[in-house]
Design a protein. Sequence first.
Length: 246
Amino acid sequence: MSLPFVKYTPDIEAADPRFDENLRIVIRRTERYVAQSVTSEGTGRAVRDAHAKGYGLVRGEVEILDQIPAEYAQGIYATPGKHDALIRFSNGSPHAGADARLGGATGLALKFFDIDGPTLLDDEPDTRTFDYANINAPVFFCNTVEHYLFIQQLFVEAPAYFAQGTAGLHRFYTDFLTGKGTLDRDHWAWDELLAFLRVLQSRPVNLLLSTYWTMGAVRHGDYMAKVRFAPVPAFADKVVRRATSI
């Protein structure tokens, strides 16, 4: 049974009067973290405030098929053709280091080339590229910039929390739920915490065999949807698995 397509309407998202202010705070914190990471992460170079550790860069090709249903043939998918693409595989943590200490969230960042039309980036309006940011979970653990204000800090400070054992772990979850004390009880971040726990409990899977979803719903023309990236079985079966012993 197929699900109905979701049409875009202007009221699909409520305006947040503090969006611009909160966004500026997030950007300032990100810039500060990246600048400090040169020494704090011990790598001698700057790292991202999320998906800091890259696993590899892959060159590929994206083909937009002809004669697909009108509901799919929206936005960049309205014109059939082939596009060069790059994929970056990464760990979702803002830290670099051993995988066992970084968690199970992984990412697939996809960049299309030769896409007509301006981008949404003020400083790169004419690059003719289109980007998807994707993680290995169907539900993202952040709904608003307000939530990202404290979630960003928690992820950066996670090693300090976890180094304190069970007590630190409990405090981490409490601060996540309450927004570090900024959220009233009726607006505690239950949905975000449960989504985060789902990602946290995911088992390690070969990056080439994982399924990834866009972190938010994406508008394409008249419709909007989350986009999923899944390995084709015929190719997945050819991935070489290395046997390990403990």
